[in-house]
Design a binder for this molecule. Structure first.
Ligand SMILES: Nc1ncnc2c1ncn2[C@@H]1O[C@H](COP(=O)(O)OP(=O)(O)OP(=O)(O)O)[C@@H](O)[C@H]1O
Ligand SMILES: [Mg+2]
Length: 163
């Protein structure tokens, strides 16, 4: 039973509920341009305080996707991976925080970034290598997991479920 006194849904029921709500969606992008367009489309749905966590190996297309999100949010600056700086701030229709955790060595280092200001702030936060900060991501985070299929194709999975 849950707190409201209803019986808990079985695993099968929960899976079908999440399928109904389309909480997980998979698409295959066939080019960098298509991946950017996916990001641009997502931007329409983002509002103040949104957090988008990007997962996927080197070259999976995370920065490419973020470039599209930023285009959708009317950011004028050039979007590059902020590998050395860790966080880039841009200004579009909303403030945008582009965080790349690739070089992060520990969770402790993440805590030292003052992440609350970003994750619980006014802007949209886009995080590459989000696995490095997974315990600190807000529950409403949108996960975008990218996988290299071949030279030009990338599988992109959108999910609101915790990974
Ligand atoms: N369908 C595709 N979508 C996105 N990128 C693609 C696609 N096909 C080929 N590519 C190439 O893959 C590379 C993706 O690079 P990108 O910097 O976006 O990856 P990344 O996931 O941010 O990597 P990193 O972990 O190093 O930051 C680019 O060179 C791009 O041209
Ligand atoms: Mg990148």
């Amino acid at each position: 039973m849950n707190e409201a006194g209803f019986p808990k849904a079985s695993k099968e029921e929960r899976l079908s509920i999440s399928a109904d709500r389309e909480s997980t969606r998979r698409v295959v992008s066939s080019s960098p341009e298509e991946t950017e367009s996916l990001g641009e489309k997502l931007a329409e749905k983002l509002s103040s305080g949104a957090v988008v966590a990007l997962f996927g190996e080197l070259g999976a297309g995370k920065t490419c996707f973020i470039r599209g999100v930023c285009r959708g949010l009317k950011v004028k600056e050039k979007i590059t991976s902020p590998s050395f700086i860790i966080i880039n701030h841009y200004r579009g229709t909303l403030p945008v925080y582009h965080i790349d955790l690739y070089r992060l060595k520990s969770h402790q280092e993440f805590l030292c970034l003052g992440y609350e200001e970003y994750l619980f702030g006014e802007g949209v936060t886009l995080i590459e290598w989000a696995e490095k900060a997974e315990p600190y991501l807000p529950p409403e985070t949108l996960s975008v997991s990218m996988r290299i299929v071949d030279e030009t194709r990338r599988e992109v999975r959108f999910s609101r479920e915790p990974r």
